[in-house]
Design a binder for this molecule. Structure first.
Ligand SMILES: Nc1ncnc2c1ncn2[C@@H]1O[C@H](COP(=O)(O)OP(=O)(O)OP(=O)(O)O)[C@@H](O)[C@H]1O
Length: 334
């Protein structure tokens, strides 16, 4: 059997706050296989960005501190094995950020910033040999074509503020692809875009995963986006993974009441509306039981006392619920 590209096991991360440590991730498990697009869905504050940062090796080594657990890329731990981290980050995992303005330097032309990235991430060096520079330029042109930014010369001479939101997002995608990573973490990459551009960018992600043999972890609030691009969907609530399933199972046979509430609120105007479940997640302090139990209409006495583990609910389907529902949803594919 081929080992997974990414395996997160029992990962817990705490932030230090003035009120004491805050457990942002609580024993999270996650697996991503090669060429798989995995959606990470959940309300604001459920821990998506913390998990993305842990995978990117971006959590400071000393604080806020990994409480326990591991994040393994191709079998190598990226949290504790920091010697190999720089190399792994450059070549194996890249990010498409949510904030394209904040991620590009406003003082430099886009082309300069892309060339700097190539110098930092490419091997073998020396990069300054003329033949090397020409090969960089050819790679950049090919990647800009791939992300549908064909007017290379014009775009590369622009400053970030001279580009549209969709163009900047495509530049960020190109910059994530150029180091030829095995995994791209896309942290709500379409949330700042209009609906038409969102759909174009989502199709681009799907195409990238299929044609370039890359895996994508796609963090989003938006179930319509997950439906559009993902092979598998993982739902987080209160720092925990509460359900994980293949896309079709996820939308038609969700078992966790929280997932069902997300799917039913998305299935009406699915392609137009972003599902923002802020109203569902308001609790920040957790008792011993299931973190959703206080809002759950199906909660049993045991749900307020014991935290349910993730258990199998069918092939490739995991759910953390002590009273999961069985009936299919009325989710409409078209
Ligand atoms: N540096 C920090 N110090 C203290 N608490 C933090 C810090 N960063 C995040 N948190 C808290 O950890 C929890 C998870 O935050 P995180 O940013 O991972 O959530 P998220 O699901 O990505 O949210 P969003 O969808 O809004 O980006 C939140 O309750 C947040 O307030």
């Amino acid at each position: 059997m081929i080992p997974p590209l990414l395996k997160v096991e029992e990962l817990s991360v705490a932030y230090q706050t003035v009120q004491g440590p805050f457990l942002a991730l609580d024993a999270v498990d996650l697996t991503i296989n090669r060429s798989e697009v995995v959606g990470l869905v959940g309300a604001t504050g459920c821990g998506k960005s913390t998990l993305a940062n842990a995978i990117l090796g971006n959590l400071p080594a000393n604080q806020p501190g990994i409480v326990r657990g591991s994040v393994k890329l191709n079998g190598v731990d990226v949290v504790y094995n920091r010697k190999s981290l720089g190399h792994m980050r450059e070549r194996m995992v890249t990010i498409v950020p949510q904030d394209t303005y904040g991620s590009l330097n406003p003082l430099f032309r886009v082309g300069t910033q892309i060339m700097d990235l190539m110098r930092c991430t490419s091997r073998p060096k020396p990069w300054w040999r003329p033949t090397r520079r020409q090969s960089f330029e050819a790679e950049i042109r090919a990647t800009l074509d791939a992300v549908q930014l064909p007017a290379h010369e014009e775009i590369l001479l622009q400053y970030p503020h001279q580009l549209s939101g969709g163009q900047r997002q495509r530049i960020m995608i190109a910059m994530a692809l150029l180091p030829r990573p095995q995994l791209v973490v896309a942290d709500e990459p379409t949330s700042a875009l209009d609906t038409t551009t969102q759909i174009e960018i989502l199709r681009l992600f799907r195409w990238i995963a299929q044609s370039q043999d890359m895996s994508i972890l796609f963090a989003t609030h938006n179930l319509a986006a997950a439906w559009e691009v993902c092979d598998k969907v993982i739902v987080m609530h209160g720092g925990r993974v509460i359900e994980a399933a293949g896309r079709d199972t996820f939308f038609v046979h969700p078992r966790h009441p929280y997932t069902r509430s997300l799917v039913s609120s998305a299935s009406q105007p699915l392609r137009q509306s972003a599902v923002d479940a802020n109203d569902i997640l308001e609790e920040t302090s957790w008792g011993a039981g299931c973190r959703f139990s206080r809002q759950c209409s199906d909660a049993l006495g045991v749900c307020h006392k014991n935290r349910p583990p993730l258990t199998s609910a069918g092939p490739g389907h995991l759910v953390a619920c002590q009273n999961p529902r069985i009936s299919p949803t009325s989710f409409d594919y078209d």
